[in-house]
Design a protein around this ligand. Sequence first.
Ligand SMILES: *Cc1c(COP(=O)(O)O)cnc(C)c1O
Length: 499
Amino acid sequence: MDYNSTRNDSVKVSASEAIIKGLAPDGGLFVPVDFPRVDRFDLLKLSQMSYNERAYFILSRYLTDFTETELKKCIDSAYSKEKFETDSIAPLYKLSNNMYILELWHGPTCAFKDMALQILPHFTVTASAKLGLDNETVILVATSGDTGKAALEGFRDVDNTKIIVFYPQSGVSHIQQLQMVTQEGSNVFVCAVNGNFDDAQNGVKAIFTDKAFAALLKQNKKAFSSANSINWGRLAPQIVYYFSAYADLIKNEEIQTGDEINIVVPTGNFGNILAAYYAKRMGLPVSKLICASNENNVLTDFINTGVYDKNREFKMTISPSMDILISSNLERFLYDISGGDTEKINKLMSELKSNGKYDVGEDMRKKISDIFCAGFCNDDETLECIKNTQENYSYTLDTHTAVAVKVYTDYIKETGDNKKTVIASTASPYKFGKSVVGAVSGSDAVKGKNEFEIIEMLHDISGLKVPPSLAALKDKKVRFERVCKPDGMQIAVKDFLNI
Ligand SMILES: *Cc1c(COP(=O)(O)O)cnc(C)c1O
């Protein structure tokens, strides 16, 4: 399988090159030149397989320059008993007759980003060796919370790599911050940025595109790489779990092979839902993809009107991993839905850059609404959804998944659609404990309580085992206290790399 840029389809690269480069030289994203097909017989076969076998079945069709041994080694190192707390890796929980929760947070950092970031470092090391590179890879990440920790955990102590994470000082939860500043590993560095997520992300982008800085790195036998969700090595593993969910529905006799399902995804950067769309393109029987947003509802407006407009107030919500106004992965979807029209993609992306806005036009809008529905909700509605779900089903949602459940509930009210529906659950409720306990027991109950008291309260409410990695935070030493201004990020990187 070859890959080309969304902005230029004449240059083709291998999967290894796409993974190492991250972004195409023209600023576009790498996309597969076509989609491998999965038919009914394949789906039936998948239903008899373990998660790791399912992963091999899907990924081997994309990472075609990896040998069977290499790919299986990547998969088994990532999705192992040591890293994940369940054998099924991504279990499907039946909430009601039609609603199935795909729990993607049983990895080491309790958020769905582990599904991709546990395997990406193995891809990077394998691809780098394949291409004969002898540079040290320096992973640079800007995070709104979950990516940073998941990337640190994935890359810690991986040979010939270093990882640097910047997070907005007041834009992540207390637990998220603790998870990062106590990170262990000899090759890791964490720094707070005095600003919001976009400031941190712009700072990282500026470092990435600085030619003089790149030359300095090269002199020191190092090269930057990205672990952000634009990397093909992150997107591909996310396709797997949608097939896995469908395979579990067959296995549990909830559906017949070939039945159409809906998929709901709480969305920020459009990565997770794009993976669901790619699964559909490969032949997964999906009726509607439902895109759920919080009050940063730029995607809701886009799907409903065809106009993408980021010129709006950035809101801090209780689902911070979805507080995003530029959804980078949308470019891959636009490329596909336009029939690979690179000229159009260049035009739209340059409009986005200069005006913060573009309009895809009526033809594309129609195509989009055939496939996608979209909705959003505010923080109060999210909290109410957590409370209702606890009361009605004795199941505890985190704030991000609750956005998806609320948007889905609205969707059913509006359409009466009774197809079986898989809802992607992106974080453990323990990660956002204060909001979750507040939702169920009232905000007075959490007043003055520290994070660890809240974890105990949540244990009583949910009956869920406290993730050992979160319980252990209490006694961990803080290793990283540096705070910098957005324009001080370059210096922080140089200091850490000693260059
Ligand atoms: C990253 C994240 C999201 C958003 O995922 P995208 O791929 O950026 O759309 C949703 N929920 C949680 C908990 C996350 O960490």
